[in-house]
Design a protein around this ligand. Structure first.
Ligand SMILES: Nc1ncnc2c1ncn2[C@@H]1O[C@H](COP(=O)(O)OP(=O)(O)OP(=O)(O)O)[C@@H](O)[C@H]1O
Ligand SMILES: [Mg+2]
Length: 156
């Protein structure tokens, strides 16, 4: 029997998003590409910050709003946190060397992936935040076997 390749989680407050990030952190494997979708202020960076803290990162987790990418090495994983909201297109993709970051080893978490469509490698998983006033709804979708294994491994 196949597991469904999508699911939906209700996140009534920021604490619920952090709790989900804690579960999700445990399932990460090298090479995963994860798109984080949702409007400004939806909770994408909140999720990444909590995920890094779960893995044991104790430093400050800045939003890569201006740097476009921040890198972390923690719990035996190399992580790249992208925010492509201000990404300018193909020239910047080349000059910043972003292609090399998607090397099958780095775990790449990408906010605003739609800003680099056509350049960005495909996702294993997308996490899409929908804003409902003070609450959030999170849609989880796996596109590859690796992504599906990750979602199947989510602890209860
Ligand atoms: N369920 C929720 N999950 C996450 N954040 C929530 C939730 N409810 C309210 N918030 C608030 O929404 C904001 C989320 O901000 P965050 O920086 O994580 O958004 P973002 O999706 O990364 O936005 P941007 O696209 O601007 O980078 C925070 O102020 C947080 O307190
Ligand atoms: Mg953000």
């Amino acid at each position: 029997m196949h597991e469904p390749n999508h699911s939906r989680i209700h996140l009534p407050d920021e604490a619920a998003t952090i709790a989900f990030a804690t579960r999700f952190a445990r399932t990460l494997r090298p090479g995963l590409v994860i798109y984080l979708r949702g409007d400004l202020g939806a909770g994408k960076t909140t999720l990444v910050r909590a995920l890094l803290q779960t893995l044991g990162y104790t430093g400050r987790v800045k939003s890569p709003t201006y740097t476009l990418v921040e890198q972390y090495t923690v719990a035996g994983l190399n992580l790249r946190h992208f925010d492509l909201y201000r990404f300018r297109g193909a020239d910047e993709w080349e000059s910043a060397g972003f292609r090399d970051e998607f090397d099958g080893i780095n775990v790449c978490l990408v906010e605003w992936p739609e800003q680099a469509s056509g350049l960005l490698p495909p996702a294993d998983i997308s996490l899409t935040f929908q804003i409902l006033q003070d609450e959030r709804e999170l849609l989880l979708h796996a596109y590859t076997d690796a992504g599906q294994q990750c979602l199947n491994a989510l602890p209860v």
